[in-house]
Design a protein around this ligand. Structure first.
Ligand code: CNA
Length: 331
């Protein structure tokens, strides 16, 4: 499937599964003893929750100093005048990039991994994974902070790719280049070009109109039916097909959103039509969707506290940040 920023509702409606249609007619059993963060914590502590899936976005990295896309005034989409683009999305459209790669590489310079430290959210996910209850961490981020936080590679799915590899976009060529060489070119304000064919070299982060990473659809189909708690954080859920994945968990599975805004909520018209695609926060028949309104860091600290993991989390962050500081000063 290709990555797109198409009309969310159309996508969601067309991606409605039979389980969701069933749900509209017959509300499944409530798993949480209370629709609250406390209820989620008690569910995790109960031992019945063993396959947690995280779905995260740029908002979990903003406290590291990396701007997201869509937050008003601080988001990259509000700071793009200097790039002289007809609209912000153009920067990430593959056809536009092939004609005018300069804005993308200029932006990439400010986003490049290596200069930022993971946030409490990244370390919360790592800590939870060490309790053996995390099935997967699907991230839209390209900043590699999940890896830097020490999460196991097999748990991380970089849904929109990343910077660790890059490829020549020449049709017949497609030569792979390593992160360091590409980084050096970008930081020298040169457009990286292929030594073989002269075409542009693009870091392997997915643009609108490009395919999702290889194996992505299959993994989603395998993972999501097993999910017994979905935790979504730091995302506006505006990019497809990622956004529609919140609807792929079983109808009984509790879903927690930790975010500054209510993203991904069901459209009132769709609700009226009897569908249940999207988060159901505002309705009396909500039996599984919990919303923590606030910063991702505060939300995960609060959850850690409720779980009795707060001291462990604080200590983990301290130790890991010290290691990163030591590594940076020895370079
Ligand atoms: P987005 O559309 O910019 O949405 C971010 C969401 O997070 C919004 O709902 C914000 O309200 C919320 N948010 C921001 N900061 C916080 C915070 N501290 N606490 C709580 N909520 C917060 O970004 P998405 O990730 O939804 O969009 C997907 C794009 C963004 C992907 O293709 C990424 O590659 C791309 N992106 C990634 C990075 C990164 O890797 N760090 C940075 C910028 C953009």
């Amino acid at each position: 499937m290709k990555m797109s920023d198409l009309d969310e509702l159309t996508q969601r409606f067309s991606s409605q599964s039979s389980a969701e249609k069933f749900e509209a007619a017959d509300t499944p059993q409530q798993v949480l003893d209370e629709i609250s963060l406390e209820g989620v914590a008690r569910y995790i502590q109960s031992g019945n929750c063993k396959n947690v899936i995280f779905m995260t976005g740029a908002g979990i990295s903003t406290s590291a100093g990396l701007p997201d896309f869509r937050t008003k005034t601080t988001g990259l989409y509000d700071q793009l005048e200097e790039y002289e683009l007809p609209n912000p999305q153009r920067m990430f459209e593959i056809r536009y990039f092939m004609e005018r790669p300069e804005p993308f590489f200029k932006l990439v310079k400010s986003l490049y991994p290596g200069d930022y430290k993971p946030t409490p959210c990244h370390y919360f996910i790592r800590l939870m994974s060490e309790k053996n209850v995390v099935l997967r961490n699907y991230t839209q981020n390209i900043d590699t902070l999940d890896k830097i936080a020490g999460m196991k590679d097999e748990l991380i799915v970089e849904a929109h790719g990343g910077f660790s590899t890059a490829h020549c976009i020449g049709k017949e060529c497609y030569t792979e280049y390593g992160q360091k060489w590409v980084r050096d070119e970008i930081f020298a304000d040169r457009i990286p070009k292929c030594n073989n064919c002269g075409a542009i070299i693009k870091p392997d982060c997915a643009f609108f109109g490009e395919d999702m990473p290889k194996g992505f659809d299959k993994l989603v189909e395998e993972d999501f039916p097993k999910c017994d708690l979905l935790i979504v954080s730091g995302t506006s859920l505006m990019v497809q097909p990622f956004a529609a994945m919140i609807n792929k968990v079983p109808a009984t599975t509790p879903r927690l959103l930790i975010n500054y805004e209510l993203s991904g909520k069901i459209d009132p018209l769709m609700k009226f039509m009897g569908t249940s695609v999207g988060f159901n926060f505002d309705y009396a028949d909500n039996y599984r969707d919990v919303f923590y309104l606030g910063s991702c860091d505060d939300g995960f600290y609060k959850l850690a506290e409720l779980l009795g993991w707060k001291d462990e989390l604080v200590q983990l962050i301290k130790t890991e940040h010290q290691k990163l500081d030591a590594a940076a000063s020895s370079n």
